[in-house]
Design a protein. Structure first.
Length: 77
């Protein structure tokens, strides 16, 4: 599959989300947080995971569409 100019940016965005989740998980595992801070981080993890899922979904849809406009699904005849 040929890479487009926008693809490195998409990879960087997903990598940044994954890195953020990993840092937050490490902070939670350390066990040195107040209950309120831990709950806040868990909420943040859920939000970031949803963003990562949405980004992956956009990529799958763009890949399914093949060449053409990113984010647009191909119509089957």
């Amino acid at each position: 599959m040929a890479r487009t100019m926008a693809e490195p940016d998409r990879l960087d965005a997903l990598d940044a989300l994954v890195e953020r989740l990993e840092r937050t998980a490490a902070e939670l595992r350390a066990g040195e947080l107040s209950t309120e801070r831990a709950a806040s981080l868990v909420d943040d993890c859920a939000r970031v995971a949803a963003e990562a899922g949405a980004e992956l979904d956009r990529r799958v849809r763009a890949d399914d569409a093949g060449p053409g406009v990113a984010g647009q699904l191909a119509l089957e005849s």
